[in-house]
Write a protein that binds this ligand. Structure first.
Ligand SMILES: [Mn+2]
Length: 342
């Protein structure tokens, strides 16, 4: 169900704004970049000059949908990002339930929004528990596949689009379909009747689904495939509660020439084992352990992440962070699994 605060004002806010900044969440994924780039093309076609600000770079296989010069990365060019944010009269947040999900850049956003003449702001998202303050417009729907799908429905409702996908720029349609494909893991999860309607229309707009599939799911290195084999053969553990988990150390990343995006999708792999109903994937970063959680059916990994992993997300797909050495993660996780399924 879609919850909306002042959706009818979205069009007015956009038309009344000159400098628009679009934000993606920290550790951006296909849905984050797809929705940001989709919105970028929609605004550009309206004669606006939007800019996208994201905390850090994406895996290279998303480059095919990123227009040249459309994005600034906060960890590479803080002053440009700060300048954009300070000058903006509209901030648009996509695929996140609050501005704090933008990562380090959120400090500059908070500062801008605390000003007397603060920019207006819009949140469009499909995660649980969206924040309503301090946004002027909030459009939230958790029963869609992705932020890209929600954005598709929202854009179709805009006065200038008049419910006809032909009125969306083709590049916009391509970006939106990319996010739907990646957030559903190629239609394996979170697929609703509305998802197929959106996809059908986006394909009818002339988007080449097979080309996107090849760009995103068939562009990895040989070393990535070998790393996957190592994870499954040597690192995966299956617990009696129907839970499987594995860890990826910094040493393994070095050994397999790891590049950003290489572990994408790993967390889903053990779910194809018959009795596994929850999976966890722990990646060692410099200052913390990144946690990815997936589940089948009624196992609520959003709840698990809130309780034990300093995070959240969706019922069947969540993330989080742990602050402990990687060697301590198995003991910690196994004890929490015992507690959770008691
Ligand atoms: Mn998403």
């Amino acid at each position: 169900m879609r919850t909306t605060i002042a959706e009818d004002r979205l069009n007015d806010l956009i038309l009344g704004s000159g400098k628009i900044v679009i934000f993606g969440h920290e550790n951006p994924d296909g849905d984050s970049i797809g929705s940001a780039v989709g919105m970028y093309h929609y605004l550009t076609a309206l004669g606006k000059h939007p800019h996208i600000v994201i905390n850090s770079r994406l895996p290279e296989y998303f480059n095919f949908i990123i227009p040249a010069g459309s994005i600034s990365y906060y960890n590479e060019d803080k002053s440009r990002c700060d300048g954009c944010i300070a000058a903006a009269d509209l901030l648009i947040f996509l695929d996140m339930n609050g501005a704090n999900r933008t990562g380090e850049v959120s400090q500059a956003i908070e500062a801008a929004m605390a000003k007397v003449d603060a920019p207006r702001s819009v949140l469009i998202d499909h995660h649980l528990n969206p924040q309503t303050k301090p946004f002027d417009v909030v459009i939230s729907d958790t029963e869609v596949s992705s932020a890209c799908e929600l954005l598709y429905h929202v854009l179709l409702d805009q006065p200038g689009v008049r419910g006809d996908v032909a009125n969306l720029p083709k590049e916009c349609a391509e970006a939106l379909l990319t996010g739907i494909l990646t957030d559903t893991n190629n239609f394996a999860n979170s697929v609703y009747p509305s998802t197929y309607l959106a996809v059908s229309q986006l394909q009818a707009r002339g988007v080449d689904r097979d080309a996107i599939y090849n760009e995103v799911f068939r562009s990895y290195s040989e070393q990535r495939m070998r790393l996957m084999g190592h994870m499954l053969q040597d690192n995966m553990r299956c617990l009696k509660q129907g839970v499987a988990y594995f860890t990826l150390s910094i040493a393994d990343k070095q050994k397999f020439d790891f590049v950003r995006g290489d572990s994408e999708g790993f967390v889903n792999l053990p779910l194809s084992i018959k009795n596994i109903r929850m999976t966890a994937f722990f990646t060692e970063e410099k200052d913390f352990i990144k946690v990815s959680l997936r589940s089948k059916g009624n196992v609520d990994v959003n709840d698990f992440s809130h309780k034990y992993c300093n995070g959240g997300g969706h019922k069947n797909a969540s993330g989080g962070r742990l602050y402990m050495p990687l060697a301590e993660v198995p003991g910690y996780f196994e004890s929490k699994v015992e507690e959770f399924f008691k």
